[in-house]
Design a protein around this ligand. Structure first.
Ligand code: 13P
Length: 247
């Protein structure tokens, strides 16, 4: 049985003033029946770890370098994220793939570094609108998964997030049939690649809101969500967590 995961990606949003959302969220779900993960900017990880107190809220980074340390100005290693209080790190988000030209091989190398540091890698993939329209979405995500999953990936150290690029921040969401088709394909591919594929959580991400969460969470092989905009405010994110608890 896979434990469901409600994950929030704050992207490049949030300052110390925003940390009041942590209390609002943990107060709304003092004893959650699902895992809750927030991935703030790296500057807030340590303070968020303090702000959660004894709550089971998990905290993640949004990227890490593939190396442990060294002359890489501006970069952050997986061990540093862990030291600051993170247990997870998002890798291969489409915004990083686009803005920083990250390849599948880069993502696999970073995931390997994350695993070595004891972090759970949340590996993101998803097709663009052109690829969806061309009918190649399944092929694209299969290639991304095969290229981005490192040796040594297990259900315990890896989460997959399917995020169609055209659904991110657009309010456009795939049909439940489209989500089911991709998640099913990802599960089959995982089975081909690892022994405990049944235990790997596959999240859906892209314009998840309180209004559409229940419908998405009812889809087979959807084990939770990776939420952007609607994770910034507890008033938006808490009902998504509640919908996942009910799913
Ligand atoms: O990119 C996302 C999460 O990583 C999704 O963002 P939105 O929920 O804002 O569409």
């Amino acid at each position: 049985m896979r434990r469901k995961l409600a994950a929030g990606n704050w992207k490049m949003n949030g300052t110390t003033a925003t940390l009041d959302q942590v209390k609002a969220l943990t107060d709304a779900h003092p004893d959650p029946a699902v895992d809750i993960l927030l991935c703030p900017p790296a500057t807030l990880i340590a303070q968020m770890a303090w702000a959660r107190g004894s709550h089971a809220l998990q905290i993640g980074g949004q990227d890490c370098h593939a190396q442990d340390s060294g002359a890489h100005t501006g970069d952050i290693s997986a061990a540093m994220l862990k030291d600051a209080g993170a247990s997870h790190v998002i890798l291969g988000h489409s915004e990083r793939r686009a803005d920083h030209a990250e390849s599948d091989a880069d993502v696999a190398a970073k995931a390997q570094a994350a695993h070595a540091a004891g972090l759970i890698a949340v590996i993101c993939l998803g097709e663009t609108l052109d690829q969806r329209d061309a009918g190649t979405a399944l092929e694209v995500v299969t290639v991304q998964l095969r290229g981005s999953l490192p040796d040594g990936a297990t259900a315990a150290n890896t989460v997959i997030a399917y995020e169609p690029v055209w659904a991110i921040g657009t309010g456009r969401v795939p049909t439940v049939a489209q989500i089911a088709e991709v998640h099913g394909r990802l599960r089959v591919t995982l089975h081909d690649m690892m022994r405990d594929a049944d235990g790997v959580r596959i999240l859906y991400g892209g314009s998840v809101k309180a209004e559409n969460a229940a419908e998405i969470f009812a889809v087979a092989d959807v084990d939770g969500a990776l939420v952007g905009g609607a994770s910034l405010q507890a008033v938006d994110f808490a009902p998504i967590v509640a919908a996942l608890e009910r799913a």
